[in-house]
Design a protein around this ligand. Structure first.
Ligand code: NAD
Length: 304
């Protein structure tokens, strides 16, 4: 990590006025990159706005001898954020889609506004920033993207239906960006971080938070966005000194003939096979499903 540098590169970090975003921005600033410090400066629920959050971090980077410029737009206007990078530094190399808010509420009490705002900031915001950066990445045949998911998206979390939906969306988004970007040396990975920030300070006890510094998410992000890193399309859990990769696992499954003998009873009879993980597969694309389809077509009628 100590030797990783980003000299001559331009990094956009969204939501960089606090928490994880600030930690990323300071790290890139201290390792030679020019940094666009984006932050809307609102509350953690997405209310209000202010220039202060981004300005403070820009000042910190500059005081340490780095190069940085502030942007105060919402990520839903991602094109303006990328424009800030182009206007000030002439290029964009790394995009960290990090900005986020919470609107926690039980599903029973959820209002359209709670749903819409979360989807707008996390899903549309990440799309808008990546979409605006993409033509530059393709043209220069180089780009690195980090999207931010959450354990809430991977596993579900009480009172976070909106947030869970938005965060798992980041996984599919990343997996497809990685596939479309491969030919152009554009790599995309997604992280599910855990760190002490204003977002987590009310939901975790102080002694736990002390061991979850945002700084301890930075090293993985630094590795994944370095020009020499070939990882792409992967999901990582990271925080408190732990880094792990996650992947899809498919049970060996039940394969039946798809004809009129394919009934609820036929499935129930062999239900154990559906959830039998003793001989799992790790699918990475839709193509391998086609092989199963061919096999099923060649099978005899099912035992109902
Ligand atoms: P944070 O609240 O400290 O930081 C988020 C930043 O995003 C804030 O500075 C906020 O002003 C900014 N922001 C919010 N809406 C914005 C918008 N529309 N446009 C631009 N900026 C906006 O929270 P954090 O914990 O540092 O979270 C960073 C990211 O990590 C988020 O995407 C969050 O969902 C995700 N995450 C965090 C944790 C954790 O444990 N902290 C866990 C899982 C996922």
């Amino acid at each position: 990590m100590s030797e990783l540098r980003y000299d001559g590169q331009v990094v956009v970090v969204t939501g960089a006025g606090g928490g994880l975003g600030r930690a990323y921005a300071l790290a890139y600033g201290s390792r030679g990159a020019s940094v666009v410090v984006n932050d809307l400066g609102g509350s953690f629920k997405g209310e209000g706005n202010s220039t202060k959050a981004a300005d403070v971090v820009v000042d910190e980077i500059k005081a340490a001898g780095g190069k940085a410029v502030a942007n105060y737009d919402s990520v839903t206007d991602g094109d303006k954020i990328i424009e800030t990078a182009i206007k000030n530094f002439g290029r964009i190399d790394v995009l960290i889609n990090n900005a986020g808010i919470l609107r926690d509420i039980s599903f029973k009490n959820m209002k359209d506004q709670d749903w819409d705002l979360i989807i707008a900031v996390h899903v549309k915001g990440s799309y808008k920033c990546a979409r605006a950066a993409w033509p530059y990445f393709r043209k220069q045949k180089y780009g690195r993207v980090i999207n931010t998911a959450s354990a809430a998206g991977l596993f579900g979390s009480f009172g976070q239906c909106n947030y869970s939906a938005a965060k798992l969306a980041m996984v599919g988004f990343t997996e497809t960006l990685a596939k479309e970007g491969a030919k152009y040396n554009i790599h995309a990975n997604v992280i599910a971080p855990i760190a002490a920030s204003r977002m987590t300070q009310t939901v975790m006890p102080p002694d736990v938070l002390e061991n979850l510094k945002p700084d301890w998410v930075v090293p993985l992000v630094a590795v994944l966005t370095h020009k020499d890193c070939q990882e792409t399309g992967s999901i990582y859990e990271v925080g408190g000194g732990h880094v792990a990769k996650l992947r899809w696992e498919r049970s060996s499954g039940l394969l039946l003939k798809a004809d009129d003998t394919y009934t609820p009873g036929a499935i129930l009879k062999k239900w154990d096979k559906v959830s039998d993980y003793s001989n799992p597969e790790y699918p990475t694309g839709v193509a391998d499903f086609m092989g199963l389809l061919e096999k099923s077509m060649k099978m005899g009628p099912n035992d109902k």
